[in-house]
Design a protein around this ligand. Structure first.
Ligand SMILES: [Zn+2]
Length: 635
């Protein structure tokens, strides 16, 4: 759980607001005179269910615990968060980068980019790079592709790059820290020697590290190195949080709505050369959750292309389970044709597996028959179907006594299927197909039930439904997702009032967006709590829409949220009138309101005329907005 959610879980809004405002119970909610403007009839509502507040009077705004503190104390998001974190006893992770650290990172990027140029130049010009050039030729790479990926060659010398970088003004310390050299007895020496070099860029296109491949002809048999050598972990380079070629693939991923994940550099490069630009590569590791959340900024439809021989390997299966878990946990609002947004929970993830033919890797397939690649990606199977087939095949290949173990190991995956009915059906079919004996089948069913029995441990007794799951929050998040995803709605988006966003973190993200629309750039600047929230929002399913529909979706999202808020207010005022009526007789109510005695009163009770007037005003406001909307739609 993020710190923001935790704060909202631990601090009750009624307690917090009740400390500075006199709250009166009104049905399921609390009412008060608004602390932020002067009024005689309470139009400030606090909802314990939704953990929100709203002023329906002159302020016309509302929010959550954080926005309340921001307004009450006149502080910004971060300060309000700190105040509340102290109150809730939660530590905030402050990963906001300081400017000097930012400068240091910039220097390391510069060193890496200088190295990429150096290697690239060596590949084109150096005589000793001939084997590397030949290798690329045999792999069918053309010159524009070699340019685009800025492939390079690291000379065999121990101080080629190091000397070059020193000449460009980089200190030994910086060269070491960038992961380009290793420390030696006589100073740093080149980490990459006699290798074909693949610069690795982050999603924004900055070189942050390298992968280097040995070339058989250049290998020194007395000191064999690994086939692939990567930059070590540095402040910039973290293999599990990067995807090769994502900088070149992001636009195609957005445009096609699908990201295809392969394992190797050459696979990704071959794909791009043949026009499949939505392909990215992990770098020899199983997919990590961080890689998946990185991709989820661009799409939720993921296709994992796996070699037939590794498609069933433990590491790959774990990777696939990671993706399934990472994507399924979300709550996703989906706009329907009518422009309504429905709150949809636990939508099955769109993760598919494209299993390649025996003994072929993506590079082979793409080069020999691009059409086959398209068919494989299109025919990719849902992850559960793939796991099913692989598990059955693996169990069947074992002698009957060992089948039990294979399936037992698979149970946690079955337990992760969210729907219990589907879970049971899946397991039953699986156990039969895998050829298990009846007693073994019973035992595994029992084991699964044990695994999925709801535990009572670890649940806090006061656990409220997470405010993040609130429909209002979901609408706000969807609205933000549209703003970040579609540049075409920016102009309209800039006309939305920041106050429209009631969740403090949404309001802060909206304000950040008005300054900087690129989510990637923004993510680097935001403090960690907001960055996390931004990532969750970007992971939401936003269907591919044409420009007209993008605007419609935004318009409709804003409209529905406004309407819901106005209707909620109308309900409150109508209830107040009904309450008056109950305490007085209907005729008295008419008398007292027509007497227009709305002058200041000494009593705590608002004057009946004010209550009725407020109700009329709420009704008018609601209907006025409907008329405006209709007029807009017609024009
Ligand atoms: Zn107010």
């Amino acid at each position: 759980m993020s710190a923001i959610d935790e704060i909202k879980q631990r601090i009750d809004i009624v307690d917090l607001i009740g400390e500075t405002v006199r709250l009166q119970r009104a049905g399921r909610n609390f009412k008060a005179l608004c602390p932020f403007h002067t009024e005689k009839t309470p139009s400030f509502i606090v909802s314990p269910d939704r953990q929100s507040w709203h002023c329906f009077g002159a302020c016309g705004t509302g929010g959550d615990v954080i926005t309340f503190v921001m307004k009450r104390d006149g502080v910004d998001f971060r300060e309000a968060l700190e105040t509340l974190a102290r109150r809730a006893g939660i530590a905030l992770s402050d990963t906001r980068r300081r400017p000097e650290e930012e400068d240091r990172r910039d220097r390391l990027v510069e060193a890496n980019e200088a190295a990429a140029l150096f290697f690239h130049h060596a590949l084109r010009e150096a005589a000793e790079a001939e084997p590397a050039r030949r290798y690329l030729q045999t792999r069918g790479l053309d010159a524009p592709t070699i340019e685009r990926f800025q492939l390079g060659f690291a000379p065999a010398a121990f101080e080629a790059l190091t000397a070059y970088l020193r000449g460009r003004g980089f200190s030994d310390q910086e060269i070491l820290e960038a992961g380009l050299a290793s420390p030696g007895d006589h100073g740093p020496y080149d980490r990459f020697r006699a290798r074909l070099m693949f610069p690795i860029r982050n999603e924004r296109g900055h070189v942050v590290g390298f992968g280097g491949r040995t070339l058989p002809e250049l290998e020194d048999p007395s000191r064999p190195g690994p086939k692939y050598l990567n930059t070590p972990q540095t402040p910039l380079f973290d293999k599990g949080g990067l995807l090769y070629a994502l900088d070149l693939a992001r636009e195609a991923i957005r445009a096609t709505g699908t990201a295809v994940i392969v394992e190797g550099y050459m696979d990704a490069i071959a794909a791009h050369q043949h026009g499949f630009s939505n392909v990215v590569a992990t770098m020899g590791t199983a997919l990590t959750e961080r890689q998946v959340s990185l991709l989820k900024r661009f799409t939720r439809n993921l296709v994992v292309a796996l070699d037939a021989d590794t498609a069933g390997s433990e590491a790959t299966l774990r990777g696939v389970e990671v993706i399934a878990g990472a994507v399924e946990r979300e709550t996703i609002p989906v706009p329907t044709w009518q422009g309504l947004i429905r709150h949809q929970q636990r939508l099955a993830a769109d993760i598919r597996v494209a299993a390649l033919p025996e003994g072929r890797d993506p590079d082979d397939v793409i080069r020999s028959d691009p059409g086959q690649w398209s068919r494989l990606v299109e025919g990719a199977r849902p992850v559960l179907d793939h796991l099913y087939a692989v598990t059955v095949a693996r169990a069947r290949a074992c002698p009957p006594v060992e089948r039990f173990k294979v399936l037992e190991a698979f149970l946690p995956t079955v337990a992760a299927i969210p729907d219990p009915l589907l879970q049971a059906q899946y397991l039953d079919r699986l156990l039969l197909d895998a050829g298990l004996s009846a007693p073994d089948r019973d035992e595994l069913r029992r084991a699964l039930r044990k695994m999925t029995r709801p535990s009572t441990r670890g649940e806090s007794p006061s656990a409220r439904p997470s405010p993040a799951l609130d429909a209002e929050a979901a609408r706000e998040a969807f609205c933000l997702a549209l703003l970040f995803r579609y540049p075409a709605v920016r102009e309209r988006g800039l006309r939305i009032s920041p106050e429209f966003f009631h969740l403090a973190e949404h309001r802060a993200l909206f304000l950040a967006w008005t300054q900087e629309p690129d989510a990637g750039v923004l993510a680097e600047r935001l403090q960690s709590e907001l960055r996390e929230r931004l990532e969750t929002i970007l992971a939401r399913r936003v269907p591919p829409l044409d420009e007209r529909r993008q605007l419609d979706a935004l318009e409709s999202c804003v409209w529905h949220l406004e309407q819901e808020r106005l209707r909620a207010w109308k309900r409150e005022t109508a209830l107040a009138v009904a309450d008056l009526e109950e305490r007085n007789s209907p005729s008295r109510l008419v008398e007292s309101t027509t007497a227009a005695s709305s002058g200041p009163t000494d009593t705590e009770e608002p004057a009946p005329a004010d209550v009725v007037r407020q109700d009329t005003e709420a009704g008018l406001l609601l209907h006025r907005r409907v008329l405006e909307w209709k007029r807009n739609v017609q024009s």
